[in-house]
Design a protein around this ligand. Sequence first.
Ligand code: GLV
Length: 310
Amino acid sequence: MTKVLFAAGDARWEDWQAPLEAAFRDAGIDADLAQWHPPAEVDFVICAPAGPHQDFSPYTGARAVLSIWAGVEGIVDNDTLTQPLTRMVDPGLTAGMIEYVTGHVLRHHLGIDRTLRASRDGAWRPEVPPLASDRGVTVLGLGALGLAVAQALAGLGFRVTGWSRSARDAPAIRCLSGAEGLRDALRAAEILVLLLPLTDATEGLIDSAALGHLPAGAFIVNPGRGALIEDRDLLAALETGHVAHATLDTFRQEPLPPEHPFWAHPGVTVTPHVASATRPASAARVIAENVRRGLAGEPLLHLVDRERGY
Ligand code: GLV
């Protein structure tokens, strides 16, 4: 029997146990899934950031540690982790992200806030919004989430620019990379979407210099990671109106402290890290496939490059 340790916390166990058991069964894996096994007997560890198990050294026989989160910045530097680490690429997580970003991009694109205000004030003020094909949207990060979001936005007709660390190619998206590419990507961003992993290279990437490259009156949507943005620089850009509005789902500190200026700022929409979540029903199948691969000695899906940080 394959011993799988669910180390993602009591609070998640109820949601995950049945989908994981079903996924193992469907994959033909004879798995013993539990929240505790004798550590040296564990074959696979399922983990989450801030889960109860942060010391992976007792799992001497584990073939892999499988994260149920897409972002692995909380575990990638863990020195006790010597086993291969995978991050989550879940069709449910991706679908949710497409819906969140599309919704918030369309909100800003169509000026829905303005419409609601005018309707409330009884103001007949016809302002026909531009078409998506007249609007430049830039997605920073072309990983599983960024690419899917960029393609969905391109499907709606937006002029989409995508930027990634290393050069990529994707239909209907202007793909840029490198420092020079970043400047051009920001210049094209009437609406900027942040879906980069948080690494040493991306921490604070959106600072005053980067914000300065955005067209005046740009919108920002950040469902990626809070620390991609220098908060103070964003607040300054909101003050001058250079950034018209920021919809933020992720923050340097979560929950966002009550005294943080983002809460009360009229130019900021705060959503509490709900842009998207791993969905146990679909994600359990990804975990089961990786367990199958691990047992068969096949390459794991979504293996984290510890040097690169994602
Ligand atoms: C959520 O933020 C994730 O990384 O999956």
